[in-house]
Structure formats: C-alpha cells, structure tokens
Design a binder for this molecule. Structure first.
Ligand code: PBG
Ligand code: ZN
Length: 352
C-alpha cells in the first residue's frame, strides 16, 4: 500500500490548475523495453541454431550445381557439392538437413519406382553424408513419390485419375526403407496418404530399422506456397491438383485429427506445413502434441521475402528473424527453413 503521507504532490501546470494534470500511470510496460539488455532479459522466445533444419535438393549426378530461379540462393547440388555445403553449414551450427531428390533423366514411371532406388540421389547423398559426418549431423529425408512419378502426384494414380491410397503405401514404405538403409536418422513422409505412418513404421521395423524415426508431415495443407518448390524438384502434378489428399486451408479440426492419427500410428515428430499462414494450427497442434512439433517455412514463404528484399521493400534480416520467431512463439520447436544458412551466417537471429 502507498502511504498517502509520503506521496509527492502531483505536478501542477504553470497556472496551478490541477484540472490540467493527468492521473499518475500505474502501469508502464515500456520500462522493460528501454534498453537492449533489458529486452534480452525478458525475451520469451529464442531461435537457437539447433532448432533449424536446412532443406537441400540433391541432383543424381556426383557433380553439378543448378540455380533455382524462383528460390534465390538455393541450388540443386550434386552429391559432392552437397558434402561441401553441409560441412560449411555445420561450421555455422546448422546440424540438421532435410533431403529432396531429383529423379535421374528417364527414370520417372507411373508408380514412382525410382523413389526407392538404392542408387538414387537421396540414397547416395545420405550414405555419403553419414560416412563424412557420422553422428554430428541429423539426416532427414523427404519420403514422397511426386518427384518420381510421370504424373507428378504423391501417390499412385488409378485408371479414373484419382490418387489411389492403399497401393501407394507399399511404394512409400519401400522408399523410406531405402533411405533408412542408406543411413537416414529420420524419414519424413510428405504424401498425405491415409495410414502411411503405420505403413512406414511397420516396414522400417521389419527391416531392422527400429531406431529410425518418423517425422510426419501430419498437417499438410494444399497450398499455393509450394510453387517454387515444384520448380526446384520438378514435382508439379501434370494434371489436376493435390486437393484430394492434402488438407483444405479452411480446416483446423482436421489437422488435429491428422496429428492424433499419426501419433497413434507411431510418428516421433509431427509437422505443420506451410508455417506462417497456419500459425493458429501450429499453436493448436503444439498444445496437444506429446512429441516435438516442427513447422515448415515453405518455398513460397521464402521466395516472397526474397523477392521483396531484392526490391528493397523489406529488410531481409529483420523479416526472417520476425518470421522464425513467430513460428517458435506459436509452439514449433523445429523449424525447417531455406533461410537457415543465411540467417546463421549473417547473425540474423542473435538479437531481436
Ligand atoms: C512433396 C513435397 C512438397 C513440399 C515438400 N514435400 C511439395 C508438394 O507437396 O507439392 C513443399 C516444400 C516447399 O514448398 O518448400 N510432396
Ligand atoms: Zn509429393
């Protein structure tokens, strides 16, 4: 309690009219924002380097390096280039990668068989990364068929043009087992077929890969933000779209159901994708998930920032920091982001 006898008289205006004096402010939240040191002291959210996962597009060739026009600064790399890039990234504290393969010319077919080719780009990259960096690196692989099917869909296509759920599961499981065989720590199914986590878990276990984890793209929405990625991975559907299997952006209850099912099927980590337009979904999933939650800051989110920054319309470092903080604040502990390397190299995350 304030002792009224010790309280100072409120200041009076020059004319001595106390009617002109505002009442004293009891609450001044600005006090803890005054200096950078105070702001650091009270900051609730951090984005540690250990939370970042850098995606890579791997070419089937040993050498090679191709720019991706719609994703400035991101390249498709041959296995050798990838090894050098990952080594440099490890030096920045970037210890986790998510690999996407590019199919070798002429290997796409109706069923995406090349996805499980032991000599494929991802499989070779995984074994070389494992040999080079051992346990220092977390190697995750995207498991899907769209980069390996002629039609570009994430599962097998039936005669009526629908994506056929159950026959796709064996193909996806075979791809996951081939990644595990090459030495992946975690396989990440992104296809959105029903029951794929259970199918992968069973196939991994039967083949002796009990300790290989599953990061499920559990709540993956049908999104226009994947546009640049489909250029990068040559994985756009030739006809139709993915709305028959990826989720409708208007729904959130469905996301919680997908997450719950994937957890029942044995997912070790769950992901929400895209990230920034779905922060409410990240929060809802984080509130119910007993396993770590990842958010994918997808290609279109990345490219939008890049495009605006290139025109001088946005300050890239500040926007990237704000975006990654937003994903963490929403409850994601793992952030898959193409900004990872540049953010760490530039020290963009060190101070808000
Ligand atoms: C493959 C896959 C996609 C992405 C990740 N895995 C594309 C898609 O589903 O069409 C998108 C990643 C990005 O946009 O950065 N199924
Ligand atoms: Zn796919």
């Amino acid at each position: 309690m304030i002792d009224e006898t010790t309280i100072k008289e409120p200041p009076r205006s020059a004319e001595g009219l106390d009617t002109a004096v505002a009442p004293p402010l009891l609450h001044r939240p600005r006090r803890t924002r005054r200096t950078a040191a105070l702001r650091e002291l009270v900051a609730e959210t951090v984005v540690p380097a250990s939370s970042l996962v850098q995606p890579h597009f791997v070419l089937p060739a040993e050498r090679g390096r191709e720019e991706i026009p719609s994703m400035p600064g991101i390249e498709r790399l041959g296995v050798e280039g990838l090894l050098h890039r990952v080594e440099a990234d490890l030096g920045l504290g970037l210890r986790s990668v998510l690999l996407f393969g590019i199919a070798a010319a002429g290997t796409k077919d109706h069923e995406g068989r090349a996805a499980a080719d032991a000599g494929g780009a991802v499989q070779r990259a995984v074994s070389r990364l494992r040999a080079a960096f051992g346990k220092d690196l977390v190697v995750m692989t995207d498991v899907c068929l769209c980069a390996y099917t002629e039609h570009g869909h994430c599962g097998l296509l039936s005669a009526d043009g629908e994506v056929d759920n159950d026959p796709s599961l064996a193909r996806l499981a075979a791809a996951a087992v081939s990644h595990a065989g090459a030495g992946a720590d975690i396989v990440a199914p992104s296809d959105m077929m029903d029951g794929r986590v259970a199918a992968l878990r069973q196939a991994l276990d039967v083949n002796g890969f009990e300790s290989v984890g599953i990061l499920s793209y559990a709540a993956k929405y049908a999104s226009a933000y994947y546009g640049p990625f489909r250029d990068a991975a040559a994985s756009a559907p030739g006809c139709g779209d993915r709305r028959g299997y990826q989720m409708d952006s208007r729904n959130v209850r469905e996301a919680l159901r997908e997450v719950t099912l994937d957890l029942e099927e044995g997912a070790d980590l769950v992901m929400v994708k895209p990230g920034l337009p779905y922060l409410d979904v990240v929060r809802r999933v984080a509130d119910l998930s007993p396993v770590p939650v990842a958010a994918y800051n997808v290609s279109g989110e990345f490219s939008s920032v890049k495009a605006a920054a290139a025109r001088g319309w946005l300050d890239e470092a500040s926007v990237v920091r704000e975006n990654l903080v937003a994903l963490r604040r929403a409850g994601a502990e793992i952030l898959v982001t193409y900004h990872g390397r540049e953010a760490l190299a530039g020290g963009w995350l060190e101070r808000a």
